[in-house]
Design a protein around this ligand. Structure first.
Ligand SMILES: CC(C)(COP(=O)(O)OP(=O)(O)OC[C@H]1O[C@@H](n2cnc3c(N)ncnc32)[C@H](O)[C@@H]1OP(=O)(O)O)[C@@H](O)C(=O)NCCC(=O)NCCS
Length: 442
């Protein structure tokens, strides 16, 4: 058996886990029938946990392809014995991997420890399995030197207790593209080309890499994105997505500098509707040209987009900004600082000065007081015995980290402690820069 099995790891010190065994599976280990059955069992349990249909062979193939490419660690608790059910299905699943770059602002990136596929079977809920998996995974990630961990959530009340803060948000837009839709005049020396899924991946990758490089909060795509972004495999249909379409914007020299993907949904709520998957461009002109295109698709009255930034140039480029309605604001990335020095020294700062920062971490990973000294936009961070001047939780640090919320707001929310003077000093140091924008869900 090539899987890394650690029998009984949690049985002695965690009474609620009696009868369960923690294991880590390697998605590349499929040499024996036993390995394959455990991997398939893990996938079955995951689908059950998210109330999805049972995976088909095609689902397994695509899922394992992505998991192998990213060297994902598939973790879980398995029952030691079962009377009737298959022992291959874990009662808890948890996946994590060393993900790609996250833009932390100021043109800097840090690799993100990415966590997903968190489920606990209804038969074993609320007895500490998630807590146990999260503790061991974050401790191991910190040990391996990761400065930041991230996840996206099904419910907003679960992960604050583990030190994750709501770091980025997205808007859902509904855009009226009837005759009201018109952009202010702009010059476009480039052109547009509609391309097929098989032709688009290299351009998507290049343009997204530039988005990660230039946009605070943007995050590299995990390997599984290739299959679903290009429509090679639609998870819900369990087959290729035959309806997704792509347009590229080309600069004057014919190089792709923007893309949009969309699906015509037919009539929805009485209106002929296009759903946009993603729009990204490396220049403002390409962005506007793509929106001019999307707003001009025939037989369409409305365009919906669920991944818009909180502030979008589109609204300011329209002759009638009321064409755009915000229908929802969602959180996307939740961040957790694992290494205070590496994380804080990487991000940008906005005034010179020094503050003793008191961090409260229920998991004990970043607890303590840290002296943050900023000179010309860069911080030096060291542990200190000094009295903490500004006090916040690991969760609040995660929320503040990318600049998605500022000190006065968090203070008004009762999430920062300290004197007026210390909080003003801290705010001057930490608050500033563009709002973060992340479209990479996982
Ligand atoms: C969310 C889920 C994984 C929790 O697993 P669990 O093993 O029951 O959680 P634990 O027993 O370890 O609970 C740990 C803590 O989180 C809290 N918690 C767990 N699930 C919660 C929820 N859905 N909402 C709010 N708090 C929750 C517990 O009350 C406990 O709090 P405490 O220790 O501070 O008192 C499980 O309910 C589940 O599989 N839900 C469906 C799938 C899902 O939504 N997964 C999350 C994907 S992001």
């Amino acid at each position: 058996m090539s899987s890394d099995i650690q029998p009984g790891t949690d049985q002695s010190d965690q009474p609620d886990q009696t009868g369960l065994t923690f294991r880590t599976l390697d998605p590349s280990a499929h040499d024996t029938d036993g390995d394959r059955e455990l991997l398939h069992g893990w996938g079955e349990a995951l689908s059950r946990g998210f109330h999805e249909g049972r995976p088909t062979d095609e689902h397994r193939t695509v899922w394992l392809e992505g998991a192998r490419a990213d060297a994902v660690r598939l973790q879980g608790f398995w029952p030691d014995t079962t009377a009737v059910a298959s022992p291959n299905l874990p009662v808890a699943t948890f996946a994590s991997w060393a993900g790609g770059d996250l833009n932390v602002g100021g043109g800097r990136t840090l690799p993100l420890h990415m966590i997903t596929d968190v489920t606990v079977s209804p038969s074993h809920r609320r007895r500490g399995l998630l807590r146990s998996l999260m503790h061991r995974d974050l401790a191991a990630a910190a040990e391996r030197g990761h400065a930041l961990a991230g996840l996206t959530v099904t419910e907003g009340s679960i992960y604050g207790r583990f030190g994750f803060g709501l770091a980025t948000r997205l808007r859902s837009l509904s855009i009226d593209v009837t005759s009201r839709f018109a952009l202010r005049p702009f010059d476009d020396p480039g052109s547009l080309e509609i391309v097929e899924p098989s032709e688009v991946w290299e351009s998507l990758k290049t343009i997204h890499a530039e988005r990660v490089r230039s946009t605070r909060g943007a995050l590299a795509w995990p390997a599984f994105y290739e299959a679903f972004l290009t429509g090679r495999f639609d998870w819900e249909q369990g087959a290729p997505d035959r309806k997704v379409r792509f347009v590229l914007h080309l600069d004057a020299a014919g190089r792709p500098d923007g893309f949009a993907s969309w699906t015509h949904k037919g009539t929805q709520d009485g209106r002929s509707t296009v759903d946009v998957g993603d729009v990204a461009a490396t220049t403002p002109t390409a962005y506007l040209a793509l929106w001019q295109f999307l707003g001009g698709i025939d037989l369409t009255e409305r365009v919906r987009w669920g991944r818009a930034p909180l502030v979008d140039p589109l609204e300011w480029a329209l002759v009638d900004p009321r064409c755009v309605t915000t229908t929802k604001v969602d959180d996307l990335l939740w961040l957790r600082v694992l290494d205070v020095v590496a994380a804080l020294e990487a991000r940008p700062w906005y005034a010179d000065g020094t503050v003793a920062l008191g961090l409260e971490d229920p998991l004990g990973l970043i607890d303590g007081t840290w002296q943050v000294t900023v000179t010309e936009g860069r911080a030096t961070v060291v542990r200190t015995d000094a009295h903490a001047e500004v006090i916040l939780s690991a969760e609040t640090l995660g929320a503040l980290y990318l600049g998605g919320v500022d000190t006065p707001t968090l203070r008004s929310a009762g999430r920062l402690g300290g004197s007026n003077e210390a909080l003003a000093r801290w705010g001057a140091l930490v608050d500033g820069g563009p709002a973060p924008y992340c479209t990479t869900g996982f």
